[in-house]
Ligand binder design. Structure first.
Ligand SMILES: *Cc1c(COP(=O)(O)O)cnc(C)c1O
Length: 377
């Protein structure tokens, strides 16, 4: 059993992946080739965002979006402590200050009420509140209806970290649409194990703001103007390889179907396991991309040991929240500052989740957990 099975997907797509990659090898435009432009068009159509700017990774997507907003020293950017380090790293790399806001204990995403308190409580701290990066953890979109409204009332930008949630959607409150079109800017990742993954590193930024899109395109290639050796700002080498775009075009053909396959597995896990562990909750109107199926249980150690003994792969996302990581020690957070994130990290673990997980394998996972679990948290 695989935690994320990329081989079965490759077997299924082998012919079309090879055909598309062969085309790139024939035309030879390895950087910014026609497949990149085609992919951007397809993804913009898929999400409903006016612009898709493909780039070299999810981390660079976050970095480029923050650079497009001119984020730098003296700026505070609010985000979740319960995420992969890249989210806050991008803020700190630009000399700005990540301000961690605790999560909602049910969805595990940024808590909009605590966000409002943190933004209003910043006054007098010598920092300027600039923006917020909600994270769609494990594929579930954050509460963009409330976060967008709050951000608008305080003059903040919203950059969605949708590295795990491309394919998800929301129809709730005053927000409706696909991930990629729920916030002013959205960053996603095509790392191989993400719901839409390539065969290496890749990412994209989505926006419907024409001026931001123009800046993002310039930042992606060393801050150039349309004329290649005119540089009007500093940028990155942040381009997506044409070969990776070719792989993604082949995978996009079956992406919608794969999302449904993930949903079916998640529903099966939940119906069998919700009486013994805390299962993921998808609020009404939300659709998760199910990058991970993560549960919480007091018997975490015992369950993980039982699964391991049966040869069932698991993972822990994330064992230590970002505010307690050594890299962010300079921010001065203490244990106990963000209790929900700390609590989640101590009880959480993730089960095998990919579209090709057979019912037999799902049943094995379920049986081992039912036998090992002693009760809910
Ligand atoms: C994977 C991930 C990233 C970084 O994406 P890369 O493509 O690996 O750079 C950022 N944020 C979150 C939440 C992620 O899961």
């Amino acid at each position: 059993m695989e935690f994320v099975d990329l081989k079965s997907q490759y077997r299924r797509l082998e012919a079309s992946v090879r055909e598309r990659m062969d085309k790139v090898l024939e035309h030879g435009r390895y950087v910014q080739g026609p497949e990149v432009v085609e992919l951007e068009g397809r993804l913009s159509g898929f999400t409903g965002a006016a612009h898709c700017i493909a780039c070299s990774s999810g981390t660079d997507a976050l970095l480029m979006a923050l650079m497009a907003k001119g984020v730098g020293p003296g700026d505070a950017v609010f985000t979740s402590p319960f995420t992969f380090i890249a989210t806050a790293e991008a803020i700190a790399l630009l000399g700005a200050t990540p301000v961690f806001v605790d999560i909602d204990p049910v969805t595990l995403n940024l808590d909009p009420e605590k966000l409002a308190k943190a933004v209003d409580g910043l006054a007098g701290g010598g920092l300027r509140a600039r923006g917020v990066i909600p994270v769609d953890l494990f594929g579930l979109p954050a509460d963009y209806s409330r976060i967008n409204r709050l951000a608008e009332s305080r003059g903040l930008f919203v950059l969605a970290d949708a590295a795990q949630s491309l394919g998800g959607s929301v129809e709730a409150g005053d927000v409706g649409g696909q991930v990629g079109n729920l916030a002013e800017m959205t960053a996603t990742s095509f790392f191989p194990s993400k719901p839409l993954g390539c065969y290496g590193d890749g990412g994209a930024v989505f926006t419907s703001d024409d001026a931001l899109a123009e800046r993002l395109i310039s930042i992606r290639s060393h801050g150039m103007r349309a004329d290649k050796y005119e540089h009007i700002r500093l940028g990155l080498n942040g381009r997506l390889d044409t070969l990776q775009a070719a792989v993604l075009l082949a995978k996009l053909e079956i992406f919608k179907e794969e999302l449904i396959m993930r949903e079916t597995i998640a529903a099966r896990y939940t119906s069998a396991l919700s009486s013994v562990v805390e299962c993921p909750v998808v609020p009404p109107g939300y659709r998760s991309a199910w990058a991970q199926y993560s549960v919480r249980g007091v018997e975490k150690a015992r369950i993980l040991a039982a699964l391991q003994a049966e040869g069932i792969p698991t993972a822990v996302y994330y064992p230590k929240p970002l505010h307690l990581q050594e890299a962010f020690a300079y921010l001065g957070y203490q244990k106990g500052d963000l209790p929900e994130a700390e609590r989640a990290s101590s009880f959480i673990f993730s089960l095998p989740m990919h579209p090709y997980l057979s019912e037999m394998d799902q049943d094995r996972v379920i049986r081992v957990i039912q036998d090992a679990a002693g009760g809910k948290i």
